[in-house]
Design a protein around this ligand. Structure first.
Ligand code: TYD
Ligand code: MG
Length: 451
């Protein structure tokens, strides 16, 4: 492409054209071309180099020093990050509006400012609003620099001048680059601003934290463009009406993905819940049908969660199968296995399954608990309150082992459970003191054990 001052780039497919037109030639999208300043030709940017600093290096000669971490001091957040912020990394925190992202980051900024320079950039609120929040959070130390700015080039210049170690951008959707003429919040603006900030992080070894609003479809900034660009993606979630906030790492180049941290929203901001293991269980005074406790493993720690099911005569013509917190397709599969291999038919019944507390359990260890909860509800037969279970269910009706069986059982004992139904291969050879463990091989055995 000849060197012109500006080009027009399609917002949805990225195709370039020299002049503006109403419809993109490539993808056919309407009104999607955005004027963009032409970057210097790539050849000019390539530096002919013999310097070992910039040129290629032998893989085995790169030092193995562990990543240096900046500890935030909020242990639940540090845990999700894999031990703290890594200098030069970019972290994206996504979540619904009002869930507490700004609150969390203001608290994090205050803790961080004891050790490194922190710049908090807001594109959404005024500095007065920030100061009001800080007062409400009882943050008194003046170590945090705040800046109300939306022009990303200005933000970068300020970051470089202030020599801070951490910069927080609240939010990436409000940032605009003057290289583009499109409005704030469009995909091209978000992508360009994030790209510039990623470059800043890598070149200056600054830890960048981006706040991203989640769109109605649940992804950050519409298409998942940002998730590919950053090192770590955290999602902030909560159950409607609940004070509990879960922060989950869905991608982490420097730690375990799927790790979760738990906070509670209080009048004075977010408080850490360092031992969340049993908070997702609603303790019924008496055992009720359709409820069973499982030991899930989220990230690196076991978590006791209650799986509930309600099986009811279908009222309308079509039968409903709904699951919240568990995969929907998995439920249909489990009901088919229960019928074919367990002799329990739920045809003609509505089946609802829910994981208490807004937790999402993605692992197959939830198969057996969901199945037993449904059977318990169907038969109106409560499952003992001091029983836990977990296990994967196979299509042939077999119960398969899951990782970290012993650790899960140990966690259950800690919380006063005395019985467990688990896959045979997960039964520890030496047993576990205080726990009566039933190892099952077939779905039918498990169903017989509870009904
Ligand atoms: P906020 O951090 O502004 O959310 P986000 O940046 O994700 O949009 O949090 C807003 C909510 O948090 C608001 O409904 C009030 C509540 N809140 C508290 O309950 N306690 C507090 O100490 C603070 C600062 C906010
Ligand atoms: Mg906010």
């Amino acid at each position: 492409m000849p060197r012109t001052k500006t080009v027009f780039v399609c917002d949805s497919c990225g195709a370039q054209s020299l002049q503006w037109q109403g419809q993109c030639d490539d993808c056919g999208g309407w009104n999607s071309l955005i004027e963009q300043r032409n970057s210097q030709t790539a050849a000019k940017r390539v530096v002919a180099t013999k310097s070992p600093e910039i040129g290629p290096r032998r893989l085995d000669q790169i030092s193995e020093e562990p990543e240096r971490r900046i500890q935030i001091g909020l242990s639940e957040l540090d845990r999700v990050l894999g031990g703290g912020l890594v200098p030069g990394s970019v972290t994206l925190i996504g979540g619904d509006p009002g869930i507490g992202k700004s609150t969390l980051l203001m608290q994090a900024a205050s803790r961080l400012s004891d050790g490194v320079g922190v710049l908090y950039v807001t594109g959404e609120e005024s500095l007065r609003q920030l100061s009001l929040r800080a007062r409400r959070l009882e943050i008194h130390n003046a170590g945090v620099d705040v800046l109300a700015e939306t022009l990303v080039e200005q933000v970068i210049a300020t970051t470089i001048n202030s020599r801070c170690g951490v910069v927080i951008i609240d939010s990436i959707q409000t940032m605009v680059s003057d290289a583009l003429s499109s409005a704030a919040g469009t995909v091209s603006q978000v992508r360009e601003s994030a790209g510039q900030l990623v470059r800043l992080a890598k070149q200056r070894h600054v830890a960048v934290i981006l706040v991203g609003h989640v769109t109605k479809e649940g992804s950050i900034a519409g298409p998942r463009v940002l998730e590919h660009m950053v090192d770590t993606v955290l999602y902030f979630q909560s159950d409607a009406g609940s004070r509990l906030r879960l922060i989950r790492a869905v991608k982490n180049r420097f730690g375990a993905a799927n790790e979760i941290g738990v906070f509670a929203m209080t009048g004075e901001g977010l408080r850490e819940v360092p031992n969340p293991s049993a908070i997702f269980i609603s303790r019924h005074a008496v055992a009720v049908p359709g409820s069973v406790v499982m030991v899930a493993r989220e990230g690196t720690r076991p978590l006791l969660v209650e799986v509930q099911a309600l099986v009811d005569d279908g009222q309308s013509g079509h039968i409903r199968r709904l699951s919240v917190g568990l995969e929907q397709n998995r439920l249909a599969l489990l009901l088919a296995v229960a019928h074919r291999h367990g002799g329990v038919s739920m045809a003609g019944q509505d089946v609802f399954v829910n994981v208490v507390g807004g937790v999402r359990v993605g692992e197959t260890a939830a198969d057996l608990p969901a199945l037993l909860a449904a059977v318990s509800s169907l038969c109106d037969q409560p499952i003992a309150r001091d029983l836990v279970c977990f296990g994967e269910v196979g299509l042939a009706g077999e119960i398969r082992p899951v990782p970290f069986g012993e650790e899960r059982l140990a966690e259950a004992v800690k919380h006063g459970f005395t019985k467990a139904i688990v896959p045979v291969a997960n039964v520890p050879k030496r047993g576990i003191e205080g726990l009566e463990i039933l190892g099952v091989e077939r779905v039918s055995e498990a169903i017989n054990a509870v009904s």
